[in-house]
Design a protein around this ligand. Structure first.
Ligand SMILES: NC(=O)c1ccc[n+]([C@@H]2O[C@H](COP(=O)([O-])OP(=O)(O)OC[C@H]3O[C@@H](n4cnc5c(N)ncnc54)[C@H](OP(=O)(O)O)[C@@H]3O)[C@@H](O)[C@H]2O)c1
Length: 484
């Protein structure tokens, strides 16, 4: 099949390199849109041959060398890389740079860490070729039917790329789920935070399930009904919907609920950790995302869990007197904690934009997450409304809609955290979100004492509430205060 596959004229307006599940589906999605002719290339030719044979309707233009691939593309050439993140991406970029020309566009649609994207963009730009790091969310299904796309890169690249990406993106309320996020690594940064929020959302849902199961003794199938009902209200989202599906599933081999035979050790591919590491470096408290990431780590240490299994829990279990009221409390606690997780995530994007010099429209980000991605939810419309009313909102959870929702649910939230603590049920994301809420709204924080301690052992100085300047107490002297 390689024979004769050489392309004598530039027939394609877009190309895809890397034809594993994501690349193959994205190629098919591109080919299905009016006006697109798609060139396809994969390091191992078998994948290219298999894709072209399986989908004659797509009329792919196959290429078997990078030279053929470049020759098959109209100028400016535009190619989307969908290969393994890391070294494979670097190798593919180098190969494309060798055969592309100034003005052409290389898009990395993989899950790159944003500092890598910043580095790659700088290196590729020096050759005159445009480089766009684009976060693509929605997994295999999204790639095929319409993902949420978060492209970075230059304005020039966006001119060419925008219409193509708009044609393949998911659509929410008539709007394609793609926006030019900002320059260089902005797209992959936003995709990273998207994944961090996804971690928090999943952990919060898991805690809600655990609290209801242990508090009421309901079966997974019964709890599936509760989640299905919640999905008709303000919690409506893809993750709530699939939670009901997972809880309803029985294991064919044992007849037990599938959730009871799945090993309770959660995996991670690292985007949650990146979100938390980046937030730590930026000084942004993303406690919900961090707790969710740590909860996965905690679950995956069987030796420590075995060692801790004999440690005592509460001697008495708090009773759940009114099941319906308890379940409603858990729903409200979930909604409140979710508001905190999103508020923290948007805060990280705001801080990242300030640090890296990106102009990011937070309202546009919430709108492109409404379809095609894993955290798609009704709720994102409320976030879009909040940023439409005040684009430089300092704190999402203080916007009127969210402030009101938190005011309505905070008592229930506290009851749930008290119940969890009393019953010895771990609810780290629920409780840390509540602590964050209380921390931010506190008039005075014990940070004053921390400053005193820092000054005592390290002469780090402190500021006073009643006059400007920095001060130090002569702790090992006469304990008088001096200006520092
Ligand atoms: N799977 C998902 O749900 C999902 C969701 C969002 C984003 N992503 C991202 O999308 C990208 C593709 O994901 P995937 O699951 O489809 O594939 P993958 O398993 O991550 O990567 C396989 C692809 O990478 C190619 N590859 C590996 N090493 C290479 C090298 N040194 N040079 C050139 N090509 C090389 C493979 O080519 P060969 O066939 O020759 O081995 C194959 O086409 C990844 O960055 C992933 O993180 C995945």
């Amino acid at each position: 099949m390689n024979e004769g596959a050489g392309v004598s004229e530039a027939a394609a307006n877009i190309g895809v390199v890397g034809l594993a599940v994501m690349g193959a589906n994205l190629s098919r999605n591109l080919a299905s849109r009016e006006g697109n002719t798609v060139a396809v290339f994969n390091r191992s030719p078998q994948r290219t041959e298999a894709l072209v044979a399986a989908h004659p309707e797509a009329q792919f233009v196959p290429a078997f060398t990078y030279e053929e691939f470049a020759a098959s593309l109209q100028k400016p050439r535009t190619a989307v890389i969908m290969v393994q993140a890391g070294a494979a991406t670097d190798a593919t970029i180098d190969a494309l740079v060798d055969v592309f020309e100034p003005g052409d566009i290389i898009v990395d649609g993989g899950n790159a860490y944003f500092p890598d994207t910043i580095r790659r963009e700088r290196a590729v730009r020096a050759t005159g070729i445009n480089f766009v790091g684009a976060g693509i969310s929605g997994g295999e299904e999204g790639a095929l039917n319409g993902p949420s796309i978060m492209p970075g890169g230059s304005d020039e690249a966006w001119q060419t790329l925008g219409p193509i990406l708009r044609s393949i993106a998911a659509v929410a309320e008539g709007e394609p789920c793609v926006t030019h996020v900002g320059h260089d690594g902005a797209g992959h940064f936003v995709k990273m935070v998207h994944n961090g929020i996804e971690y928090a959302d999943m952990q919060l849902i898991a805690e809600a399930y655990d609290l209801i199961r242990r508090g009421t003794g309901k079966s997974p199938a019964e709890i599936a009904d509760i989640f299905a009902e919640w999905n008709d209200g303000e919690l409506e989202s893809y993750l709530i919907e699939i939670t009901a599906e997972v809880l309803r599933q029985n294991d064919a081999a044992t007849g037990k609920p599938l959730v009871d035979v799945i090993l309770d050790q959660a995996g991670a591919k690292g985007t949650g950790a990146w979100t938390v590491q980046t937030a730590l470096a930026l000084g942004v408290p993303v406690s919900g995302i961090a707790e969710a990431t740590f909860a996965r780590s905690l679950s995956s240490h069987p030796e420590q869990r075995a060692a801790a299994s004999s440690l005592p829990g509460p001697s008495e279990q708090p009773a759940v007197a009114d099941e319906a009221a308890f379940i409603e409390d858990v729903r409200q606690a979930l909604y409140a904690s979710k508001i905190v997780a999103y508020s923290q995530g948007f805060d990280e994007i705001r801080a990242g934009a300030a640090e890296y010099g990106w102009t990011i429209d937070l309202g546009a980000i919430s709108r492109i997450w409404r379809a095609g991605c894993i955290i798609r939810a009704q709720f994102l419309n409320r976030i879009a409304d909040a940023y439409a009313a005040e684009s430089d909102l300092a704190l999402l959870m203080s916007a009127p809609y969210f402030a009101e929702a938190l005011a309505k649910s905070q008592e229930a939230w506290r009851r749930v955290v008290v119940h969890a603590t009393g019953a010895g049920i771990p609810a780290p994301a629920f409780s840390s979100s509540l602590a964050y809420y209380d921390g931010l709204r506190a008039e005075r924080l014990p940070a004053a004492l921390v400053q005193g301690q820092r000054d005592f052992f390290g002469a780090h100085t402190y500021r006073r509430t009643d006059r400007p300047g920095s001060f130090h107490t002569l702790w090992s002297g006469d304990r008088s205060e001096i200006s520092a």
